[in-house]
Write a protein that binds this ligand. Sequence first.
Ligand code: SF4
Length: 327
Amino acid sequence: MEGLLEIKGLKTYFFTEAGVVKAVDGIDFQVGKDESVGLVGESGSGKTVTGLSVFRIVPQPGKIISGSIIFEGEDLLTKSEEEMRRIRGRKISMTFQDPTTSLDPLYTVGDQLAEVIKEHQRELSKKEAMEKATKLIEMVGISEPRIRVNEYPHELSGGMKQRIAIARALASGPSLLFADEPTTNLDVTVQAQVLELIKDLREKQKMSLVMITHDMGIVAEMTQRVQVLYAGMVAEVGETHSLFKRPQHPYTEALLQAVPRIDKRKELRVIPGNIPNLINPPTGCRFHPRCPYAKEICKEKVPQLELTDKGHLSACHLWRDLSLSGA
Ligand code: SF4
């Protein structure tokens, strides 16, 4: 598959008073053209910080320490702030868990969409941009778009706000969308509708998607490939189907066992313990204090990513010996 985004050796640290938090600590990550990839892990795994690093909007006291982020053949880490402003929104967009992050309460949704449209199509008149904004509102499945276009964010439901945030992210026709937990705050029915919308728009616009989530159910539904992060490092990478069927890392197995299944009368397992403190992460494999299979080597040596099968990689010393259960 032709590459679109290639991250290599990314390290993003936060320099806090308590010490250096190694939030992303040497991550490689690829997204192909027209591909949908899941970036998965519990909170604190580094998935959102990876997204923020691509956008170069890591909040203080965070800093990208090293690595490269090649997008369409160019390293985003060498771009000026002005160049990044043009890339953000035009070529790469992001939607957040809380849609109010990307919507301004003081402007109507029409004005906000028209602003993004005009930024990328300067030749359009205000009226033409508003017309396009109305079409976008209709495209994201909101009824009565001609009324909604003149409403303010507070007049919309949570689900509608998330749809408008998605419309805003897509207003410039980006080639890559980062969707960061876009359905976490929505009720189950609206959640399904928003996921269906993203899937549908991705196919129509031939856009690549990075789905950032802690929910393996969403990964199964939305992605072709998945990368599992644990405590700022890559645990496992593989095609979604094969990773669900034959996980090669105990952390992935634990995530899969934490997914509720109606068709399996299996007890839902909660992953014991918490994600470690990233100022002083555990030695060796960072998962070892929580791993039921840990051996002495796991405490001593950092496992490297190894090819376990075609396109499938695992960072576990014992992947050859373990017979892990899939979904
Ligand atoms: Fe568990 Fe050891 Fe594999 Fe880490 S390296 S996941 S501790 S078995």
